[in-house]
Design a protein around this ligand. Structure first.
Ligand code: NAG
Ligand code: NAG
Ligand code: NAG
Ligand code: NAG
Ligand code: NAG
Ligand code: NAG
Length: 349
């Protein structure tokens, strides 16, 4: 009896798969591990059904018969069957769930419909990127960038300044490492590592903070020199391209003044402060130092300008002349005109 029944089912199955529509989209699909796979029944026959059963690689997954579900080993709690449509949900996919799934729907008249589908579960890719130096120095450091990717059957590409490097891993559980060396320079683009397989993709970025400078140091004076009146206020400003920002020191006639900062304020300047001013820009991270241009500042010795001095000299001479005239008048001299010219005589003549 048992043998006979099996034979009949096998015959009917052969008949339906040979002559009738498939319940599943033929072919295969790929899903990431951990995901839920939903098998949809396409072209479902008109209910009522007497039995819906799903199998995986020949072993039962679930059988829905007369309103109750029977689970294959390891499937209880992990599968859900829709008794109306026959669709199946398989949760928490593992690599071991890869294989062929067959669904069979039996009708009350004894007719059977079936469908097959291959599922491949893939480990999702993950990728990370690291550098052996986080703050490379411009034109000096060589950075070693490493991109590490893992997953199933993936391709990984490292995009960098010197070119793109690719590697492929073929297999269900895998890991590859690709590296790139780079001479650090300013304005370097971030390194980007991309990994992908048929089910997932991931991108990791690594910005590069290149240390540089100080470049040329430039000094300016406000107000513009080079000559200033004693008592003037002068601001010297120094600037230089640098990362991190440059530190500034000030020098007069080549000797450091012990003053720091991007500005040097000279208040109430005196002639003793005359000389050649310059600044030093330095970057402790790059260890580089740069001297600026030299600005000469001239403050005259006396407190007056040339025009002022001339004015005072002329004024003094006039005062002396006036004094002489007054003294002469007081002493009894007078001016008397004599034949077209002036002749000085005494009143007693
Ligand atoms: C599933 O894979 C097996 C083995 O590779 C193959 O024999 C079968 O035809 C595939 N089935 C479908 C529906 O693609
Ligand atoms: C059920 O799980 C165990 C352990 O995880 C495994 O050894 C066994 O092969 C699984 N059985 C089936 C039918 O998948
Ligand atoms: C899937 O796995 C996680 C952790 O392994 C578990 O917490 C969760 O209940 C599982 N879900 C199902 C539907 O089996
Ligand atoms: C990083 O790697 C490069 C290349 O191997 C090497 O030249 C450099 O010295 C390394 N940097 C550090 C900080 O180890
Ligand atoms: C690297 O890949 C990027 C993005 O695909 C592309 O724009 C660039 O031209 C490639 N560079 C080289 C050197 O192959
Ligand atoms: C700087 O040098 C100039 C020219 O040698 C000199 O005239 C000036 O007095 C010096 N200044 C100081 C503060 O030493």
């Amino acid at each position: 009896m048992m043998l006979h029944a099996t034979l009949v089912i096998a015959l009917l199955t052969g008949l339906s798969s040979g002559q009738q529509r498939s319940l599943l989209i033929d072919g295969s699909t790929k899903r990431p591990v951990g995901d839920t796979m939903q098998f949809f029944i396409v072209n479902p026959p008109s209910p009522p059904y007497t039995e819906i059963s799903w199998s995986f690689q020949g072993s039962p997954v679930i059988t829905h018969l007369e309103g109750s579900d029977t689970f294959g080993s390891n499937y209880s709690g992990r599968v859900q069957l829709d008794g109306l449509t026959g669709s199946l949900k398989l949760h928490n996919l593992t690599l071991q769930d890869s294989g062929e799934y067959i669904v069979t729907i039996k009708m009350s008249g004894g007719t059977e419909f079936s469908g097959r589908m291959n599922l491949t579960a893939l480990n999702p890719v993950s990728v990370s990127i690291v550098a052996n130096e986080t703050e490379p120095i411009e034109f000096h450091s060589t950075v070693k960038v490493t991109c590490i990717a893992s997953g199933s059957f993936f391709t990984v590409t490292l995009f960098g300044e010197t070119g793109n490097m690719s590697s492929t891993y073929e297999g269900l559980i895998g890991k590859v490492k690709i590296t790139e060396y780079k001479e650090a320079r300013r304005g370097m683009r971030p390194f980007v590592c991309e990994a992908s397989n048929d089910v997932t993709g991931m991108v990791a970025r690594l910005p590069v903070n290149v240390l540089y400078g100080p470049d040329e140091a430039v000094m300016v004076a406000t107000p513009k020199g080079p000559s200033y009146r004693p008592g003037s206020y002068i601001t010297l400003s120094c600037s230089s391209e640098s990362y991190p920002a440059a530190q500034f020191q000030w020098a007069l006639n080549g000797t450091l003044l012990g003053r720091e900062g991007p500005e040097l304020r000279l208040e109430n300047v005196q002639d003793s402060e005359s000389g050649g001013y310059s600044c030093w820009a330095s970057n402790s991270k790059t260890g580089r130092k740069m001297q600026s241009n030299t600005l000469h500042i001239t403050v005259p010795v006396s407190g007056l300008s040339g025009g002022g001095i001339a004015g005072i000299v002329i004024g003094s001479l006039l005062a002396v002349a006036a004094l002489i005239v007054i003294v002469l008048v007081l002493l009894g001299f007078r001016f008397r005109p004599v034949k077209g010219c002036y002749r000085r005589t005494s009143t007693g003549d």
